[in-house]
Ligand binder design. Structure first.
Ligand code: BGC
Length: 368
C-alpha cells in the first residue's frame, strides 16, 4: 500500500516537472482565481487510521492520489494508524520537507490543533479534511453535511422500525468517538429525529454510549453489555458500518440478527453486504470521490499560490466561535433497494460486493 503511494507521489513529481516545463497551468480545473506561474508546491495529507472505517485505508487515498496525479501536483499521503504521536511525527516530517499545503484528518482536536499551529507558523496553508479541528483555525474545511448524515440515520431507523410494526421499541445508540466533532454532529442529527419519538413514547430510549476512537472491538463489548442488561433492545442506531457490524455480530450470537434493525454509514462492502443479507437496515453513502476531489481542488489552488474559489459555504467552529470556509457535500441514504446505486456510482464494484452467497442477493436486488 505504502509503496504504491510513494510510486504515485513520484509520478506526480514527474508530471509537475513536465507541466512546469511547458508553462501549462490547469487553473480552470482547480477552481481558483489569480495565477501563479511557478511550479506548484507539494501537498502533505495525513489520514487518521486504517481500522475505524474502510475508507481511510482504501477509498480516500485512492481518490486523493488520482486527483493530485491528474493535476500533476505532488502529494505525500500518509496514515497515522490511530497513533497521535505518529500523527505529529508525520506532520513534522511534512513541514520540514517543505510542503506548501497540509491536509489533515485529525485523531482529536488537541493534536490536530498542535499540528495546524506549527504548519501556520511555517507559512503553510491548512485544510481540515472530513473532521473539523475544533479551535484549530484551519484555512478551509471539506466534508459532508454531517448533521444531515445523522438525520438520514435516524430516519432510516424510524422507517425500519415502522416496517417491523415495532411497538414502543427500545432503541440503543452507539455513537462515534467522543473526540471526533463529526460524531457530535451525527448524534445531533439522529437525536433530532429520535428524541420526538422518545418524547411522544412511540419509541423507548435505551442505552446510549460513545465508542472511544470508533474502535469496532470495543463497540462489540459495549453492545454485548447493553444487550445483557436490556434483552429487549429492538433497534440500534450505530454511527457507522464498523460499529454496526460489531452490533450485528453480537445479535448473530443471540440469534437476533435480522430482527433488530441496525444503522450504519460509509457504504462499506461489509455494510452493503449486511444490508443485502437483511441484517442491517441502512447505511449512508458519502461520495468520497467528490470529497477527495473538492479537497484536492482547494489544495491544488493553494499549492499554486492561487486563491481558491470553490469553498462557498461556512461552518461554525463551536469552540472558537469562528466561521471556517467550507465545502459541504450531500450524503445519501442507502437501503436494500438502493444498494445498486452505490455500485452504479462506481464506489463499490460488483466483484467486491457480490462474492459467494452474495451473488444471488445481488441478482435479486438488481445489482448488475
Ligand atoms: C467519518 C466517517 C467514519 C468515522 C470513523 C468520521 O469522522 O466522517 O466517515 O466512519 O469517522 O472513521
Amino acid at each position: 500500500m505504502r509503496k504504491g503511494m510513494f510510486a504515485l507521489a513520484a509520478a506526480g513529481l514527474l508530471a509537475t516537472g513536465s507541466m512546469a516545463a511547458c508553462g501549462s497551468d490547469s487553473g480552470g480545473d482547480s477552481g481558483s482565481s489569480g495565477g501563479g506561474s511557478a511550479a506548484p508546491g507539494k501537498v502533505g495529507i495525513i489520514l487518521p487510521d486504517t481500522s475505524s472505517s474502510q475508507r481511510w485505508g482504501t477509498d480516500d487515498p485512492k481518490f486523493l492520489k488520482a486527483a493530485f496525479a491528474a493535476a500533476g501536483v505532488e502529494a505525500d499521503i500518509q496514515n497515522a494508524q490511530g497513533d497521535k504521536s505518529q500523527f505529529q511525527t508525520i506532520a513534522d516530517g511534512m513541514i520540514s520537507s517543505g510542503v506548501k499545503v497540509l491536509v489533515i484528518v485529525n485523531l482529536d482536536s488537541g493534536t490536530g490543533k498542535a499540528v495546524l499551529d506549527k504548519a501556520k507558523a511555517a507559512g503553510i496553508s491548512t485544510i481540515d479534511y472530513d473532521r473539523l479541528t475544533l479551535n484549530g483555525g484551519a484555512d478551509y474545511y471539506v466534508s459532508f453535511d454531517n448533521v444531515k448524515v445523522g438525520e438520514l440515520q435516524g430516519q432510516g431507523l424510524v422507517d425500519c422500525l415502522t416496517a417491523n410494526k415495532a411497538v414502543k421499541p427500545i432503541v440503543a445508540e452507539l455513537n462515534g468517538s467522543p473526540t471526533d466533532n463529526n460524531a457530535t454532529l451525527f448524534k445531533q442529527g439522529y437525536d433530532s429525529v429520535l428524541k420526538p419519538k422518545y418524547d411522544d413514547q412511540t419509541f423507548t430510549k435505551g442505552p446510549d454510549q460513545s465508542v472511544p476512537d470508533w474502535d469496532n472491538a470495543q463497540a462489540g463489548t459495549i453492545f454485548e453489555q447493553m444487550l445483557t442488561q436490556n434483552k429487549n433492545i429492538k433497534g440500534v442506531l450505530a454511527a457507522n458500518d464498523g460499529l454496526g457490524n460489531a452490533v450485528i455480530q453480537v445479535l448473530k450470537k443471540n440469534k437476533l440478527n435480522g430482527q433488530v434493525p441496525v444503522t450504519g454509514q460509509d457504504a462499506t462492502v461489509q455494510g452493503l453486504q449486511n444490508i443485502l443479507a437483511g441484517d442491517q437496515c441502512m447505511t449512508v453513502y458519502k461520495a468520497i470521490k467528490q470529497e477527495a476531489d473538492a479537497a484536492a481542488a482547494l489544495a491544488i489552488a493553494l499549492a499554486k499560490g492561487e486563491t481558491p474559489t470553490t469553498a462557498t459555504g461556512t461552518i461554525k467552529d463551536t469552540e472558537s466561535g469562528k466561521d471556517v470556509k467550507s465545502v459541504l457535500l450531500t450524503p445519501k441514504s442507502i437501503t436494500k433497494e438502493t444498494v445498486k446505486d452505490v455500485v452504479a456510482d462506481g464506489f463499490v464494484t460488483k466483484e467486491a460486493l457480490c462474492t459467494g452467497n452474495f451473488a444471488k442477493l445481488c441478482t435479486d436486488n438488481g445489482i448488475s
